[in-house]
Design a protein around this ligand. Structure first.
Ligand SMILES: [Fe+2]
Ligand SMILES: [Fe+2]
Length: 135
């Protein structure tokens, strides 16, 4: 069962970014499924690696837009990305070292990690980028 369901309220008004956010939601849901089914460590580690890689690629893509249009909040936003990236990498390390497991607590953390960022930080660039013709 999905832990996050896409909802139009999550839209940042830019198709490419919305598609990437949907993919991030999909990966988190896959991890949730893998946890629910009690799939092995290898399968979970693989999904976790996808989450780390896709997150990095997605953040880069947003930051490219910030640089291209000189978004006034770009430095603050990049700092948040760096923190979020570190959090997921730290978790991945702990998971690989056997220090932690994929739990409901973690899944809720990841859910909030993504939702809070989209709703409270990403959505701040909608008006600015839309005004620049980015949709
Ligand atoms: Fe984003
Ligand atoms: Fe962002």
């Amino acid at each position: 069962m999905a832990i996050i369901t896409w909802n139009d309220e999550f839209s940042v008004g830019i198709q490419l970014i919305d598609d990437q956010h949907k993919r991030l939601i999909e990966i988190i849901n896959e991890l949730h499924d893998a946890m629910g089914k009690g799939e092995g460590t290898k399968a979970q580690a693989h999904i976790l690696a996808q989450l780390v890689d896709y997150t990095a690629a997605h953040f880069k893509e947003e930051e490219k837009l910030f640089d291209l249009y000189d978004y006034p909040e770009k430095f603050a936003h990049k700092a948040v990305h760096d923190k979020l990236t570190q959090q997921v990498i730290d978790f991945q390390k702990d998971y690989e070292n056997g220090k932690t497991i994929i739990s409901l607590v973690l899944m809720n953390f990841l859910k909030n990690w993504l939702m809070d960022h989209i709703l409270n930080v990403d959505k701040r660039y909608t008006e600015f980028l839309n005004d620049k013709g980015v949709h």
